[in-house]
Design a protein around this ligand. Structure first.
Ligand code: ATP
Length: 203
C-alpha cells in the first residue's frame, strides 16, 4: 500500500509549485485535475452518457467535451450538477487510488484542490495544506490567469474557508513569502519525514 500525502489548498495557493518541488525529489505526483480531464477524454464511455443526458450540444464537433456548454448547464441547475458529480466522482476516486497504488516512490503526493470539500481526506495517510493569505492568493491568481479579483473571489467563495482547510491539516506549508527558499526548505524537511513515516508503515 502506497503511503499517500493529500495536498490541498485554495485556488492559486501554490499546490502545483509545491508539488513540483516534491517531484524534484523523484516523488510520484497524482493530480486530481489531470484525472478529471482523463475520465471524460474522447473514447471514454462516460462521454456518451454525458451526451445522452445533456444533449448533443455538450459534445464538440471533434467528439470532445464542450466544457463551456456543460458548465452553463450545470450552473443553471443543481440537479444536473449532482447528476454529473454522481457519475464522475466515483470514477475519479477509483482512478486516483489506482494511480497512487502504482507509484514506485517511497510515498506519493495526491494533489486535490477540493480534498476537504469533497471529503476525500480518508484516501490519505496525511493531509498537507498549502496556506497563503487571501490577498496574496487573489493577486497571484489574477496575475497567473489574467483574470479579475471578483472572479477569483467568486471561486474562493465556493471553496472551503482557510480555517476549515487548516483544521483538516496534518502539515502546513506557509507560501506567503515571495522568495521560494523557505518553501524549498519546508519541502525537504517534509520529504524526510514522509519517507520515514512511509517506511514505518511498511514495516
Ligand atoms: P490552482 O489550484 O489554481 O491550480 P495552485 O494552488 O496550483 O493553483 P500555483 O499555480 O502553484 O497554485 O501558484 C499560483 C501562482 O502563484 C503561480 O503563478 C505561481 O507561479 C505563483 N506562486 C506560487 N508560489 C509563489 C511564491 N511563493 N511567490 C510568488 N509567486 C508564487
Amino acid at each position: 500500500m502506497t503511503y499517500i500525502i493529500g495536498v490541498t489548498g485554495g485556488i492559486g495557493s501554490g499546490k502545483s509549485t509545491v508539488a513540483d518541488l516534491f517531484a524534484e525529489q523523484d516523488i510520484t505526483i497524482v493530480d486530481a485535475d489531470v484525472i478529471a480531464r482523463e475520465v471524460v477524454a474522447v473514447g471514454e464511455p462516460v462521454l456518451d452518457a454525458i451526451g445522452a443526458y445533456f444533449g448533443p450540444e455538450v459534445i464538440a464537433a471533434d467528439g470532445s467535451l464542450n466544457r463551456a456548454e456543460l458548465r452553463q448547464r450545470i450552473f443553471a441547475s443543481p440537479a444536473h450538477r449532482h447528476w454529473l458529480e454522481a457519475l464522475l466522482h466515483p470514477l475519479i476516486r477509483e482512478r486516483m487510488i489506482a494511480d497512487c497504488q502504482q507509484a514506485r516512490s517511497a510515498y506519493c503526493l495526491l494533489v486535490v484542490p477540493l480534498l476537504v470539500e469533497n471529503q476525500l481526506t480518508d484516501l490519505c495517510d496525511r493531509v498537507l495544506v498549502v496556506d497563503v493569505d487571501p490577498e496574496l492568493q487573489i493577486a497571484r491568481t489574477v496575475a497567473r490567469d489574467n483574470t479579475r479579483t471578483e472572479q477569483v473571489q467568486a471561486i474562493m467563495d465556493t471553496q472551503a474557508s482557510r480555517e476549515e482547510r487548516l483544521s483538516a491539516a496534518d502539515d502546513v506549508i506557509d507560501n506567503n513569502d515571495q522568495d521560494l527558499s523557505q518553501v524549498k526548505t519546508a519541502v525537504l524537511k517534509l520529504h524526510l519525514k514522509y519517507t520515514q513515516l512511509s517506511q514505518a508503515k511498511g514495516e
